[in-house]
Design a protein around this ligand. Structure first.
Ligand SMILES: Cc1ncc(COP(=O)(O)O)c(C=O)c1O
Length: 390
C-alpha cells in the first residue's frame, strides 16, 4: 500500500527544473538579518519604488465600486487599447489593439507563447548569459532550450549568423532575445535586432522578444521587434518600468495567426488576468512623471556604481546599457562565484547574485548586482565591497 502511494507521488520528469539559486542568497541574507545584521540587497531584480499613485488610487476605487469578476480573456479592452497607444508614444508604431493580449506577468506570456508557437521536442535558442526561466519554462513544456554563448564581439546578444550556424547543425524553431537583457544590462542595437529578425524569418525561426526592461535604458533607445516583423512575438510587463512586480500583470503583442490559439490557451489556463491589476495597470500609464523620477534614480545609482566600484576593486563589467543590473567579471578573485557571493554576504553584508544562475559554465566567473535600491545603499555597498576586496 505504502509502495503504491510512493509511486503515485513521483514527480514528473518535466518538473525537475533547476532552482533559482538567487533564492538561496535571499534565504541566507534573511538569516543574517534575523541575527540583527544589516544587509544591503542587490540580489533580487525588482524596483523598490511603489507603483504610481494613480494606479493605487484606481485599485482602491475599484475595490469599493466594482464586483471584480472575470474579464474578457484577452484583457479589458480599454487596457489593450491603452497599451497599443503606448507603442505609438514610445516607438511611433501603429499597432492594432486586437493584437495585444494581457497576461499574468510576462512569466505567463512566455508559457502562452511557447505553447502557441512550439511543439514538444522543438529546439529554441536562448542567450547565455540569460534569464534562467527561458530555459526552464521551455524544458518544463517539453521543448529543448539550446543555449548560445554570447560574447563581446556581438555586444553579448545572439546574432543572425550564429543563429543560422546553430540552425544548420540541427533545426531550430525559435529564438528568444532580450534587450535590455537580464543579467547583463546590455542592449541590442536596432540594426542587430533587425538583422536577427530578418534572418530568423527567412529560416522559419520564430522570434520571441522579451522587452520587459524597455523604458530603463541609459545608453540608447531600445527598438521594438514589432517594427521589423509582425511575426515576432513581443513580451512586456508592468513589473519593471511600472514598478508593479507583485501585481502580476504583463502583456504580449501577438502575430495575427497566433491570436486565436493564444486566446484559447489563456481561456483554459487562466480564464482571465486579475481584474484589479488590470484596472491599476491602465491607470499606471498616467504616472509617467513618477516613473521617470524612479528611472532617473536608477541612472544615478548606475553612475555611482560605475564610478565607485572600480575604485573599490571591481572594474570589469559588461556594457551597462539598460535595466538595473551590472554583470561583473570577478575571475580575478575566484572561479566559483557562488562561494564568492556567499563570502561577500557573510563578510561585507552585501547580497548579490552569482552568475551560475544565468550561465551555468561561464557564470562561475560573474556576479550580478541589481541597482534598483536606494542611492544611500549603493554608496554604502561600494564602501563595503571595497573593504571586502582589500
Ligand atoms: C528578463 C526578464 N523577463 C521576464 C521576467 C518576469 O517578469 P514578470 O513575470 O514579473 O513580468 C523577469 C523578471 O525578473 C526578467 O528579468
Amino acid at each position: 500500500m505504502l509502495d503504491r502511494a510512493k509511486n503515485l507521488l513521483q514527480p514528473s520528469h518535466r518538473s525537475g527544473v533547476p532552482p533559482f539559486m538567487v533564492m538561496d542568497v535571499v534565504a541566507a541574507a534573511a538569516r543574517l538579518e534575523a541575527q540583527g545584521q544589516r544587509v544591503i540587497h542587490m540580489e533580487v531584480g525588482q524596483p523598490s519604488a511603489p507603483p504610481p499613485a494613480k494606479a493605487i488610487a484606481a485599485a482602491r476605487a475599484a475595490l469599493d465600486e466594482a464586483a471584480l469578476g472575470y474579464t474578457e480573456t484577452l484583457g479589458i479592452s480599454s487596457l489593450r487599447g491603452r497599451i497599443a497607444r503606448a507603442y505609438s508614444e514610445w516607438h511611433g508604431l501603429d499597432l492594432d489593439p486586437a493584437r495585444i493580449v494581457v497576461t499574468t506577468g510576462s512569466s505567463a506570456a512566455f508559457i502562452l507563447a511557447f505553447l502557441a508557437a512550439f511543439e514538444a521536442g522543438d529546439r529554441v535558442a536562448v542567450p547565455l548569459p540569460g534569464y534562467p526561466p527561458y530555459r526552464h519554462i521551455l524544458s518544463a513544456l517539453g521543448c529543448e532550450a539550446v543555449g548560445i554563448e554570447t560574447t563581446a564581439a556581438t555586444r553579448w546578444a545572439i546574432d543572425g549568423e550564429t543563429l543560422l550556424a546553430q540552425h544548420r547543425v540541427r533545426q531550430l524553431k525559435g529564438v528568444i532575445v532580450g534587450s535590455p537583457a537580464n543579467p547583463s544590462g546590455t542592449m541590442m542595437t536596432a540594426s542587430a535586432l533587425a538583422d536577427l529578425i530578418a534572418r530568423a524569418g527567412e529560416a522559419g525561426i520564430t522570434v520571441i522578444s522579451d522587452e520587459i526592461y524597455h523604458g530603463l535604458d541609459y545608453a540608447f533607445r531600445p527598438e521594438c521587434a514589432a517594427r521589423f516583423s509582425s511575426d515576432a512575438i513581443v513580451i512586456n510587463s508592468f513589473s519593471k518600468y511600472f514598478c508593479m512586480t507583485g501585481w502580476r500583470i504583463g502583456w504580449m503583442v501577438v502575430p495575427p495567426s497566433l491570436l486565436r490559439p493564444v486566446e484559447r490557451l489563456q481561456q483554459n489556463l487562466a480564464i482571465s488576468v486579475p481584474t484589479l491589476s488590470q484596472i491599476a495597470a491602465e491607470a499606471a500609464f498616467e504616472g509617467r512623471e513618477e516613473l521617470e523620477n524612479v528611472r532617473r534614480g536608477y541612472e544615478e545609482n548606475r553612475r555611482l556604481l560605475l564610478e565607485g566600484l572600480p575604485q573599490a576593486g571591481l572594474d570589469t563589467f559588461l556594457p551597462a546599457d539598460g535595466a538595473f543590473y551590472l554583470y561583473a567579471d570577478v575571475s580575478r578573485f575566484c572561479d566559483d562565484s557562488f562561494a564568492f557571493a556567499s563570502l561577500m554576504l557573510q563578510e561585507a553584508g552585501v547580497a548579490v547574485t552569482p552568475g551560475v544562475d544565468f550561465d551555468p559554465q561561464r557564470g562561475r566567473r560573474y556576479l550580478r548586482l541589481c541597482y534598483a535600491g536606494l542611492r544611500a545603499d549603493m554608496q554604502e555597498a561600494i564602501e563595503r565591497i571595497g573593504h571586502f576586496l582589500r
